[in-house]
Each structure stands twice: as structure tokens, then as C-alpha cells.
Ligand binder design. Structure first.
Ligand code: ADA
Length: 558
């Protein structure tokens, strides 16, 4: 399952995951070990492979020919793809999709091999030893598609409310693999139809643009997450050759003064930061496990998830659309120092993540904000240049959502003039002893008085404390569940009662594995700040968070 809904009626797409592939380790002592595995998965979950860093090959066969497209939702973290032994493409970064087009492939049975590599090196600027795991494997679904002479690459839908009536702009990108022809796109969305015609569709890429008004549709909101589909059917020289079905919602996000507005109403964020991580699945959580996480998030009274620190599996975003969970989605980067940002590959690799993230996730109504570069060098001139370029790139691709970044540079950040929303990660009572309210007030006052962030909405994107599941002490010592409960309670109430604040994200949803290479000093080689542990068992703080979030929901009526 690639999406939670059907995406094609005409195009033949065959999912290659949920099937057995042959895995072979290629590096070090394990080289040559080979056995069948079910994809998607991470090899760290295979017995004996818990710490394997290197290359792993996944092989299977598919039958067909003609214009064939291989679609990968995510390979962690560097991929090389071979068909019948010949390299046909590659990709860097675990968390964004890519595809490989094979024109005129001979009909018959073909072997497909994907070599994934999870090693760290100078070539990899984003996947570095870090406070989360960079797993190895084909970690998200993949498929093979059989195309005719032209196909639809994407549909981007931008809704807007105009004089009380919802309108939607449709941008449809088509790739023509043949000679110039007459082409027609028929769009059907929420009971309306529109035909866009090009008398001459040249070879290569073309954009079809159209707009429709919708008088009788429901707006999307966390309380009523109404969703609609749009189908685009492509005809060339009169023949229906391809189609794509996408899903969207009618909602607008705007920033006005110091508030983020959803359909004109100020947002109140009660959120959790979440990594894609689970002891049984690594970062390749199956659909059922994603749903289970979201049920817990809903039960806690939260209304938002921050996809720290990378774009998430599209199925998770589909579920957020369906359940009315607001999403802060961010590009891939955590805590990169100035030196790491100076890696010659950094700019290009980060830019690719942004392009791929926005192209693939543009239509999700749940995504209300794009975040970038969590806790990177936003206190340096060079860092500022990077933030500036990335925000400009985002705005060139999507003007319908605000932007932000989560800073940890206490009173030294120089980038707050760049995003629409000012966001801070703060850990009073964990990494230092300043009382929560005093700390937030000090920070907010500095932002207003000394920075270009003055007057912008203000979010706290991380608060948290470590608590080891099952470690209980009557005197609430650090790392005990009691300490975590007491600290989170003080942090949450302190931040939520600060009137200038638009909301808060807890660090973090569940305990997670971290890279051995860098963070071996954290207990269990894990980040233990989860409200639930890695198996999703609730800690002592669970009921406290639930009470505080639910009281806040009562107070704000949403
Ligand atoms: C940071 C960071 C998180 C995590 C957290 C912590 O603010 O953004 O990824 O490392 O701190 O646990 O200290």
C-alpha cells in the first residue's frame, strides 16, 4: 500500500513491497549472508544485523516492458538501482521519494536490485551520526508502473477562499515520452469537471493549469477533516493513456500579526514531535503501527505532529489528513554545526530534500507549515545564508503555507527575519534549572526587543525530559518516570499559559534508538524523552499530558 486511497484507474501500477525479496549483505564480516525478507523493512531488525553499517542488496523480479517507471517512496539512506545487472539510477536521503524511468524496456522478466547503504561519510551531509538512527534498507513502499507514450507526473491543488466561495487551482505536470501530439487533461473533482487542452504537446515536460469554483464543499479542519479527490485523465490524440488520482482539502493557512490562522481562526497547537522509529520495524513502520501511534496521539488530546527531523512516509500524512491531525513537516537536518553545514554536499542535498518533499506532499491539507534545519547554525552569517536560500526555495515552490525553523540558539539567533513563524526548542528543568515561565518570558522579550522576529507568531517546538520506563523513585531523581512527569507538567503548563505562544510540541512521542557512533552516552543508547516508551507503553507522564492537553482543548474550544 503506497497511499491510503486508490491513485490510478487507467495506469497499471504493481506494488513490489509486501512481497519477499532476497537480501544479501555486501560489507565486512557479514558479506555474503543472504536470506529472504519482506519489504519495506530495515535490516537492523533482521537477527544479527542490529548494528550493521554497510551495503545491503535487495533483489526480486518483475515482468513487463515498454515504458517502465520504478517508484521508490524511500530507501535508507543511499540507493543504487540495477535492472538486469545494469545501473539505472540512484538517490541520496532516506526520507523522500524518487523514480527511475526506463524507456522501451524489452518485454519479459527482469531482475531488479536495490543496493542500500547506511554508512556515514563526507559524501553524506544530512545523514550524520545523530540523536536518532539512520537505518539501512528499502524502508518505504516501492512499485513498478507500466506507462504509455505520456504520463502525469503530479497534480498540485491549491485551494483558496474567494468572496465566500472555495476555489481550487490545479497544476498538472505531464511528461511526454513520444513526439509532439494533441493532448487533453480532464479533471474531475468534488462533482465538477474541467478540460484543459494543448493542441501541441511537445516531447518532455508540460504544465496544464486550470481553476474551478466549488460552491457546495466542506472546509477541512481538525474538527471536520473533509477530504475530496481529484482525478486527472490524460488523452493523447484521442486515446486515454494515463490517469492520476490525488486527494486534497479546502483550507487556507495564513499568518496575521502574531497568529497562524486556519480558515481565519487562530491555531492552538498541542503537539508531539515524532520520529519514525520502532524496535520491531526500525523506521519502516507498517501502516497498522502508524495508525496505532496516531490513536495514542489523539487519546493524549493532541492535535498536531511535528515530523522531526525529516519528511514522513506519505501513508502517515494520509492518515493525518483523515484524522484531522495538523502536521509541521520539516526537511531533513538535525543539529548540524557550522562545520557540517560547510560540507560541500550540504546545500545540494538539502535543496533536493526540499524539492522532493514539496513536490510529493503538496496536497496534504494536514501540513500547515514547512520547517527547515532544526537546531542548525542559525547564529552564524554562513548559516543565515543557508536558511535564507532554503526559505526562498520553499516560497518559490509553495506560497500557500507559512515557514519556520526550530532554533536552540538562546538569544544568539540571527535568522528570525527569514521565516513567517518564530520557533524555539527549550529544555528548562532538564538541561538547565531556570524556572519555565521565567525562561520563556526572557526569550520572548528578547525576540520582541532585539530581533526581526518581533510581532511574528511564536511556537515552542520542543520541551521535554528523559524518563526511563519502569525506573521509579519516590524522590523523583533525574531519569525516573516521576522526574519526567513533574518536569513535563511544569513545562507544559508554563508554556501553554504564556499568552503570546501559539502552542507547544512535546519532545517526544516515543523513546527512540539513536546512532551508536555519536550518542553512546545516553542511557540505553536511546533518547528516552518519550511520553510512551519504544514499545508504546505509557509512562507516568502520559495521564498528566493527557489531562493538560484536554484541559487546554476545553479552554480553547478546539
Ligand atoms: C534537540 C533536538 C532533538 C533532541 C532533543 C534532546 O532539541 O532537536 O532532536 O536531540 O534536543 O533530546 O535533547
Amino acid at each position: 500500500m503506497i497511499r491510503t486511497f486508490k491513485t490510478h484507474v487507467i495506469r497499471r501500477q504493481e506494488e513490489l513491497t509486501q512481497r519477499l525479496w532476497q537480501f544479501t549483505a555486501l560489507t565486512g564480516e557479514k558479506a555474503g549472508e543472504s536470506f529472504p525478507v519482506l519489504l519495506p523493512s530495515c535490516w537492523e531488525t533482521y537477527p544479527g544485523f542490529g548494528l550493521y553499517r554497510g551495503e545491503g542488496k535487495y533483489e526480486m523480479t518483475f515482468t513487463g516492458g515498454g515504458n517502465v517507471r520504478l517508484v521508490f517512496e524511500g530507501v535508507s539512506h543511499t540507493a543504487k538501482v540495477y535492472v538486469d545487472g545494469e545501473k539505472v539510477g540512484g538517490h541520496y536521503n532516506a526520507y523522500t521519494p524518487f523514480s527511475i524511468l526506463l524507456e522501451g524496456l524489452e518485454r519479459g522478466e527482469h531482475t531488479l536490485a536495490v543496493v542500500a547503504d547506511n554508512r556515514f561519510s563526507e559524501n553524506s551531509a544530512l545523514h550524520v551520526p545523530n540523536d536518532y538512527m539512520s537505518y539501512g534498507g528499502v524502508s518505504r513502499p516501492c512499485a513498478v508502473e507500466f506507462l504509455k507514450g505520456a504520463f502525469i507526473d503530479y497534480i498540485h491543488v491549491t485551494p483558496c477562499l474567494h468572496e465566500g466561495v472555495w476555489r481550487a487551482k490545479f497544476e498538472v505536470k505531464v511528461k511526454n515520452l513520444s513526439a509532439s501530439c494533441r493532448a487533453e487533461i480532464k479533471l474531475s473533482a468534488a462533482g465538477k469537471e474541467l478540460t484543459l487542452i494543448k493542441d501541441e504537446l511537445p516531447a518532455g515536460e508540460s504544465l496544464f493549469i486550470g481553476e474551478l469554483a466549488f460552491e457546495a464543499v466542506k472546509a477541512w479542519s481538525p474538527e471536520t477533516p473533509a477530504l475530496y479527490t481529484v482525478q486527472a485523465v490524460l488523452r493523447t490524440d484521442g486515446e486515454a493513456v494515463d490517469d492520476l488520482i490525488e486527494r486534497f482539502g479546502f483550507r487556507e493557512v495564513k499568518v496575521e500579526k502574531d497568529r497562524i490562522l486556519l480558515n481565519g481562526e487562530p491555531l492552538r497547537i498541542r503537539g508531539l514531535c515524532r520520529h519514525e522509529d520502532h524496535p520491531h520495524f526500525g523506521c519502516a513502520l507498517p501502516y497498522e503501527a502508524m495508525m496505532h501511534d496516531l490513536l495514542i496521539i489523539k487519546d493524549l488530546g493532541a492535535n498536531s505532529v511535528r515530523t522531526s527531523h525529516y519528511p514522513n512516509d506519505q501513508r502517515f500524512l494520509d492518515l493525518c489528513d483523515e484524522l484531522g491531525i495538523l502536521v509541521w513537516e520539516e526537511n531533513h537536518a538535525r543539529g548540524l554545526s557550522l562545520e557540517q553545514m560547510l560540507n560541500p554536499n550540504f546545500e545540494k542535498q538539502a535543496e533536493e530534500v526540499i524539492r522532493e518533499m514539496i513536490a510529493a506532499h503538496y496536497n496534504h491539507p494536514s501540513i500547515y507549515i514547512w520547517g527547515i534545519l532544526n537546531e542548525c547554525a542559525s547564529d552564524s552569517e554562513y548559516g543565515r545564508e543557508c536558511y535564507e536560500k532554503q526559505f526562498a526555495l520553499i516560497k518559490s515552490l509553495d506560497t500557500s503555507r507559512p515557514t519556520s525553523f526550530a532554533s536552540c540558539k538562546f538569544k544568539t539567533d540571527i535568522c528570525f527575519g527569514l521565516p513567517d513563524v518564530v520557533s524555539y526548542n527549550i529544555y528548562p528543568k532538564w538541561y538547565h534549572e531556570t524556572p519555565v515561565k521565567e525562561y520563556v518570558d526572557d526569550l520572548y522579550t528578547w525576540v520582541q526587543e532585539e530581533t526581526e522576529g518581533r510581532g511574528k507568531p511564536f511556537l515552542v517546538t520542543e520541551i521535554g525530559a528523559g524518563g526511563l520506563y519502569g525506573y521509579r523513585t519516590p524522590y523523583a531523581s533525574k531519569w525516573s518516570e516521576e522526574y519526567q512527569e513533574k518536569t513535563l507538567s511544569e513545562q507544559l503548563t508554563g508554556v501553554l499559559s504564556y499568552p503570546a505562544c501559539s502552542g507547544v510540541y512535546i519532545w517526544q512521542f516515543s523513546d527512540i534508538r539513536i546512532s551508536e557512533e555519536c550518542w553512546g552516552t545516553r542511557p540505553r543508547t536511546m533518547n528516552n524523552k518519550g511520553v510512551v516508551d519504544e514499545y508504546r507503553r505509557p509512562k507516568l507522564c502520559y495521564e498528566t499530558v493527557k489531562r493538560i492537553f484536554r484541559e487546554d482543548r476545553e479552554k480553547f474550544g478546539k
